[in-house]
Design a protein around this ligand. Structure first.
Ligand code: KG4
Ligand code: ZN
Length: 343
């Protein structure tokens, strides 16, 4: 174990959905390698992630990805001080592959094992490129499975201020993209199509959740898009895909921006970060950046590669758990519906 220079090297693994990923990080914020094998091409024909196919591909790829992460880092397994792995939330079969691999390595090398919450990973992605960012701050986590507004009180200490009542933001992007024929994965395709469209062409609803200012609801918006498409068909009207993409995206961006800024202001912290796959959306980044500038809020966002699923963010979150003394046992299991703040 090489801790002589006061450095903690962590090998991290992420397999919660359709990316097989491994990384080596030093002291949480320095990324030596970040290997991501994306399965997108495999799931494309099905219009979404097929859990069984994802698990099988993870099994096939996990050792190669871990080897690549180590070799790119210039270190070997014997140099690692700990191994961090996503154990939830996510697809159970997919999670199990990463958890089993991490347990095997931890046992074989007799190094600490740290189970990491996937969303904690997404939030921690902000620490990688913003070396001075420290809690407390408010973070919007918007991914394929989650839309949360979180107060990050300290490392590993969270208070959920708001969450989606139905679809996650990314899920809405994926479903709408499918409906307008853009295919999977929807987010990046809508992002691109929207650049050619008029965001004010169609007035889609901005949903508010009665009684909870920071909660989200995207299913009504999704239905509004489907209704619009049906009406066009019935009236024999051509659908301008770019306009639908731009107008839908604007509706999501407006809601995410307004709720986030309200939460930041109400929480009284002028520090705000974003995380998760949807955080790589160019219109959302632009809108939040502008609003934060206007309201004098310090704004942080990871590069797109650290927004979508990756293992470096798991290494970062794992590091802060590690230095707090958190350890997982060899009985660590995949927890598909793990809640933020639970261990
Ligand atoms: O964080 P992530 O990689 O996986 C989950 O933890 O879910 O997020 C994936 C989600 C997908 O729904 C994808 O369509 C969405 O993030 N996404 C985007 C963009 N890139 C990925 N949504 C909007 N705009 C993008 N550029
Ligand atoms: Zn994710």
């Amino acid at each position: 174990m090489d801790t002589g220079k006061g450095t903690i090297k962590i090998l991290s693994i992420e397999t919660s959905c359709d990316e097989t990923a491994a990384a080596v990080t030093v002291n949480g914020r320095e990324v030596l390698s970040n290997i991501i094998y994306s399965q997108i091409a495999l799931h494309k024909d099905y219009g979404g992630v097929v859990p069984e196919i994802a698990s099988r591909k993870h099994i096939e790829k996990i050792n190669q990805v871990v080897d690549a992460a180590l070799s790119e880092s210039g270190y070997g397994l014997d140099d690692m001080d700990a191994i961090a792995v996503t154990y939830g939330p996510g697809l159970v079969g997919a999670l199990l592959v990463g958890v089993s691999a991490a347990k095997a390595i931890a046992f074989a090398k007799d190094i600490p094992l740290i189970g990491v919450h996937h969303i904690e990973g997404h939030i921690s992605a902000n620490y990688i490129e913003n070396k001075d960012l420290e809690p407390p701050f408010v973070c919007l986590v918007a991914s394929g499975g989650h839309s949360h507004l979180v107060a990050v009180k300290d490392y590993g200490e969270y208070e959920v201020l708001g969450r989606t009542r139905d679809d996650a933001a990314g899920e809405a992007f994926d479903k709408v993209a499918r409906a307008i024929g853009l295919g999977y994965p929807g987010g990046p395709k809508i992002d691109k199509a929207a650049k050619e469209g008029n965001p004010d062409a169609i007035d889609f609803p901005r949903a508010k959740v009665e009684g909870s200012e920071y909660d989200f609801s995207f299913s009504g918006l999704k239905s509004a898009v489907l209704n619009y498409l049906n009406q066009c068909e019935m009236k024999g009207m051509d659908v301008n895909v770019n306009d639908v993409a731009a107008s839908f995206q604007k509706a999501v961006v407006d809601v995410l921006t307004d709720h986030s800024i309200n939460a930041v202001n109400a929480y009284g912290l002028k520090k705000f970060a974003i995380a998760g796959g949807v955080a790589s959306n160019s219109a959302l980044r632009e809108s939040l950046k502008k609003r934060c500038e206007k309201e004098n809020i310090e704004f942080f966002c990871p590069s797109p590669v650290y927004c979508t699923d990756n293992a470096a963010m798991i290494g970062t979150a794992g590091y802060y758990e590690f230095i707090k003394g958190e350890r997982s046992g060899y009985d660590l299991n995949a927890v598909p519906a793990l809640k933020l703040g639970e261990r």
